[in-house]
Design a protein around this ligand. Structure first.
Ligand code: ADP
Ligand code: ADP
Length: 224
């Protein structure tokens, strides 16, 4: 049984058909790469799977629950507790230090400030953001900021991490460091990862790759 499954997703923005019957399954602990040309619907698919966007039709099932039918309140709770997200530009909160950015999801989940900051510090250290905990996002390098964003996505122990071009703005060395950190942590914790990328070297970190074409999924060969 897949942890997360999309069936026949259709989503239009005005006259643009972003998804035209896309289906996809993500198993627990699986790292799945979604590739495809710009505009093929990758981000829209990720947004539907993560419960950020509601499809026009089709279903999204997470651990037996129909996400596309959940009320917004339950959906946001689920996103907070079960999912982590990281985008091309980490979307860290610019006014907060790296440490406070990572501590925030824990504090929102009810962890006290002291304990949250201690845990956040450990995550930053393991992701190689050492000695920069008190810097704000604008003072970090691109790679450090993305590793901080990853720490923030993983700190609550999500079941699924959604990563939309997490290395898109990085040079290849920084991209490699981000992917190594992501894959290592996901393997250790059994976290499933849905990874959008246009970079074949990044896709190579995944167990499996599917390609989007004009809003539908075309499977590629299994790579692991
Ligand atoms: P990809 O991630 O593969 O580049 P997207 O899912 O971002 O593809 O976009 C698919 C299509 O839907 C594109 O034509 C894009 O311009 C359009 N689109 C995506 N999001 C929106 C939106 N919020 N409003 C209008 N059009 C959108
Ligand atoms: P990506 O690089 O991941 O494909 P985009 O740059 O296409 O993402 O889109 C970034 C954000 O803008 C997304 O939230 C997407 O839904 C939205 N978007 C994409 N295309 C359009 C569009 N034509 N009109 C309005 N919003 C769009």
């Amino acid at each position: 049984v897949p942890l997360l499954a999309a069936r026949d997703l259709v989503k239009a923005y005005g006259r643009t058909q972003a998804l035209r019957g896309a289906s996809l399954e993500l198993r627990a602990g699986e790292i799945l790469a979604v590739t495809g040309a710009s505009g093929s619907g990758k981000s829209t698919l990720l947004h539907c799977l993560a419960g950020i966007v509601r499809p026009d039709s089709g279903s999204v099932t997470y651990a037996g629950e129909r996400l596309d039918r959940l009320p917004e309140k339950r959906l946001s709770e689920l996103r907070r507790t079960e999912f982590g997200v990281v985008f091309q530009f980490g979307q860290l909160i610019p006014e907060l230090t790296a440490l406070d950015n990572v501590a925030l999801p824990l504090m929102l989940a009810g962890t006290g400030r002291q304990a949250a900051q201690t845990a956040a510090g450990e995550w930053l250290e393991r992701f190689g953001v050492r000695g920069q905990e008190q810097l704000r996002p604008g003072e970090l390098s691109g790679g450090q900021a993305q590793r901080t964003a990853l720490a923030r996505a993983l700190v609550t122990g999500p079941k699924v991490v959604f990563a939309d071009e997490p290395t898109g703005a990085l040079d290849s060395l920084a991209a490699e460091q981000v992917m190594t950190a992501l894959v290592h942590t996901a393997r250790e914790a059994g976290t499933a990862v849905l990874l959008i990328t246009h970079d074949a070297q990044v896709a190579a970190y995944a167990d499996r790759e599917v390609q989007l074409r004009d809003g539908t999924v075309a499977p590629l060969e299994v790579t692991a």
